[in-house]
Design a protein around this ligand. Structure first.
Ligand SMILES: Nc1ncnc2c1ncn2[C@@H]1O[C@H](COP(=O)(O)OP(=O)(O)OP(=O)(O)O)[C@@H](O)[C@H]1O
Length: 590
């Protein structure tokens, strides 16, 4: 655990950790020594020898002072260490995450990362304070035991015998508690997920006249999950109780055993009653920390789990950067665009057991510089995957993706990001103003350049329609704007960034006529003087493209212009006929 911790917080923390462990050790041992010194002192006091007791006070006072200094030092170091670890973990995670392939950030991972940066880091740094408890729980009894052996081997032996028994009982008790805790955790997670789903489904439920009440509303899965959670919570209480009782019983039995031995020794005149009492006090202090260890085990496990989760993120290999990067001629703002070549590419998501087969298998597509190329195909055919490979969200399993004749793996991430822009169908904005969101494309742009990009993308109309105009915030994720408005802001951002290649995943949701016209005008601006690859979900967009490629079975099934493909009578012609039929159906059914 310590090695793992040092790996995630960084080697620079090794020294501060060792110093902290040293003061913790000094404190734990001094506590044991202080208890040990109590025996001769108590024996003398109870025997009426106050003079000897007074002498014993001196080393005891010295030990207490050493302990107090160590305790103070330990407290300060614990605070400094935990805050340094927290800072180091944020820095390391932040620095590592920005080097991970963009494909790593899917929905589930982003959620996990959010939890890790909040809860996970805090839990991991709590291990600093836990170390005090655990070191104290081992070293203090160990020191006391050394004193016990020196004072009376029989009492020492009797407390030693109780240790494995107490530990075994604690292990059984922990297993009982763990099972019911795990059941409850799983049930609580399920109920939480169902509640979130229920909240998200409110518009649909209410539109269909379903009750908005959580319980008794006949929301099958949610009702079941809540009932299961209640049941698991009850079982956790009843399941944990025997474990807790068992632990307490073990400690009390051990105390009793030591007490009996002490009394027996005193009654058989083996030791004086005063010494027997003093030794029993020592025996009690020897056993006390076991209850503390039992309580700390669960916290230790949470820490370990958090540390392992952080380690898993930090161990994820970053996107390899080229040792000798190549550059593309020109740089940002190149007019005429750049060509994209997808050469015999094979790619699948994941290679573990149960992973699906390749999504792309032998895909070859040459997109010349400039003009608009539309990619069409059935849902799940791999259109978005093609754009993600061009932007190097992932590396291909076979073949190559080249931009302007250079393999994307030979370009630095900065060069690639200066060359390719992406406008996704699910555009997410940051909770700033329209202007802030457009400026993300080029932070050093002048106000005039930002307004010009907004005007060309028809995003100025978006800002002007908001209550506070350009100063209005767009809400988390851009939630205060419609899908079409968000897309126009994203297009303005891309125009400002001015890259030679633009990858556009067209919005699937229907836009109203006005928004659709504005988006199309914005797209026309985007396509001018650039290479535009559009994933077209509506065939009306496709018909105007300079070339169309049809993706099926992991490769390009056919390509050409709209007219050429219609004349060929293949997949595209079939898709178009279907599209026309649907249009006719809508018209006659109005
Ligand atoms: N991150 C991912 N992890 C695992 N599988 C994925 C991932 N992203 C996509 N897939 C799978 O890869 C296949 C191709 O998905 P892709 O999104 O590229 O298709 P698409 O043609 O763009 O579909 P659509 O038109 O519905 O958006 C699908 O089977 C999808 O389930």
């Amino acid at each position: 655990m310590i090695t793992l911790l040092l790996r995630i917080v960084g080697d620079t923390q090794r020294r501060p950790l060792l110093r902290y462990l040293l003061s913790t050790t000094v404190y734990a041992v001094s506590e044991g020594v202080a208890f040990g010194l109590l025996v001769p002192l108590l024996t003398a006091l109870l025997g009426g020898d106050t003079r000897t007791a007074g002498w014993w006070l001196l080393p005891l006072a010295g030990t207490v002072v050493v302990g107090w200094i160590a305790h103070y030092d330990m407290g300060i170091r614990a605070l400094l260490l935990s805050s340094a670890w927290r800072r180091s973990l944020y820095e390391r995670l932040g620095a590592h995450v920005v080097r991970l392939p963009l494909g790593w950030f899917d929905g589930a991972r982003t959620g996990q990362l959010e939890r890790l940066l909040g809860q996970g880091v805090n839990t991991a740094t709590r291990s600093v304070h836990l170390a005090q408890t655990l070191i104290g729980a081992v070293l203090t009894p160990a020191t006391i035991f050394v004193f016990l052996v020196c004072y009376d081997w029989r009492i020492a032996l009797s407390v030693l015998v109780t240790v494995p028994v107490v530990l075994a009982v604690f292990a059984v008790a922990r297993r009982l508690t763990d099972r019911s805790e795990a059941e409850h955790d799983a049930a609580a997670a399920e109920a939480g997920a169902r509640l979130v789903e229920f909240a998200g489904a409110q518009p649909v439920l209410r539109a269909n006249g379903r009750s908005a009440e959580v319980s008794g509303g006949g929301h099958g899965q949610l009702d079941d999950a809540l009932a299961a959670q209640h049941k698991a919570a009850r079982r956790e209480v009843t399941g944990a109780l025997p474990g807790l009782q068992l632990g307490q019983l073990a400690i009390q039995s051990a105390f009793t055993a030591v007490l009996v031995i002490g009394v027996l020794l005193a009654t058989h005149h083996e030791v004086s009653p005063a010494r027997a009492v003093a030794l029993l006090v020592l025996g009690v202090h020897f056993l006390q920390p076991f209850a503390v260890v039992a309580g700390a085990v669960q916290a230790l496990r949470s820490c370990r789990a958090a540390v392992e989760r952080i380690d898993a993120v930090l161990s994820t290999p970053p996107l390899p950067e080229p040792a000798e990067p190549r550059t593309l001629k020109g740089g940002a703002g190149r007019t005429g665009g750049l060509s994209v070549e997808i050469d015999d590419v094979r790619f699948g998501y994941g290679d573990g057991p149960g992973a699906a087969g390749p999504v792309l298998d032998g895909l070859t597509l040459r997109i010349p510089a400039g003009g608009t190329t539309a990619l069409v195909g059935a849902s799940g055919a791999g259109k978005t995957t093609v754009t993600k490979l061009i932007a190097r969200f992932f590396d291909v399993d076979g073949g190559a993706v080249r931009i302007g004749g250079v393999d994307v793996r030979e370009l630095t991430t900065d060069e690639l990001m200066d060359t390719v822009s992406m406008v996704f169908q699910d555009v997410r904005l940051t909770d700033g103003t329209v202007e802030d969101n457009i400026r993300l494309g080029r932070p050093d742009a002048t106000d005039a350049q930002v307004r010009e990009a907004a005007r060309r993308a028809r995003a100025d109309l978006v800002a002007e329609s908001l209550p506070d105009g350009w100063a209005s915030r767009v809400g988390e994720g851009g939630g205060l704007l419609s899908g079409g408005e968000r897309q126009r802001v994203a297009i303005a951002r891309t125009l400002l960034k001015d890259t030679p290649i633009v990858l556009l995943d067209e919005a699937t949701s229907a836009l109203d006529a006005e928004n659709e016209r504005d988006v199309h005008e914005a797209l026309a601006e985007l396509g001018a003087g650039r290479t535009l690859l559009v994933i077209a979900h509506r065939l009306t967009t496709v018909a105007g493209a300079d070339r169309i490629a049809v993706l099926a079975d992991g490769r390009i099934a056919e390509q050409g212009t709209h007219e050429e493909l219609l004349a060929a009578g293949g997949r595209y012609a079939a898709l178009w006929a279907e599209h026309e039929r649907a249009r006719g159906w809508r018209l006659t059914n109005r």
